[in-house]
Design a protein around this ligand. Sequence first.
Ligand code: AMP
Length: 191
Amino acid sequence: MINLILFGPPGSGKGTQALKLTERYGLLHISTGDLFRYELGNNTPLGVLARSYMEKGQLVPDEVTVGMLRNKVEANPDVNGYIFDGFPRTIPQAEALDALLTERNDSITKLIMLDVTEDEIVNRILERGKNSGRADDNDPAIIRNRFEVYLKETSPVYDFYAQSGKSVKVHGIGGIEEIFEKLCAEIDAVA
Ligand code: AMP
């Protein structure tokens, strides 16, 4: 099993790269943002709850997010591994993920962070917002808030996995293929 966390601020290219990595390594891509957007699109109680946080660029509470993630993992046991995208975003989420994998005699292989500056992010997300239909991609204030939340609550997750030598950074500005090859080199080094 290869279990990767694709890490980095919103708009750092995690979703784009995760899709390419899924193809190359045959892993299951789990994006908690996509899962919430699916629920939201179907107007489920979970979607309605998630919307109130997503609209403001805030995190959905850990217990809700972890429960949803657990269901997705448990519904797909027979895979070569997982690419977690947009999860874990807090230390309690990281602890819950480790506990979930440990139950399955498994663990995180590596956390790879796409390293991108804040200014680059705001520009990229506004650009994406022209087509993505995402309300949280169209307002610079909400985007800045998402970046603040990332710095405060999410970036400690990098250090959490660095303690066991699992965290690495890849420069996230450049061509999609160029960044993809750098990610593959990191994965091939441990796979
Ligand atoms: P993303 O598509 O990963 O940028 O996520 C969009 C929004 O969904 C975030 O701004 C949060 O409101 C919510 N979300 C996604 N993943 C998580 C998570 N792991 N924990 C809490 N909220 C999340």
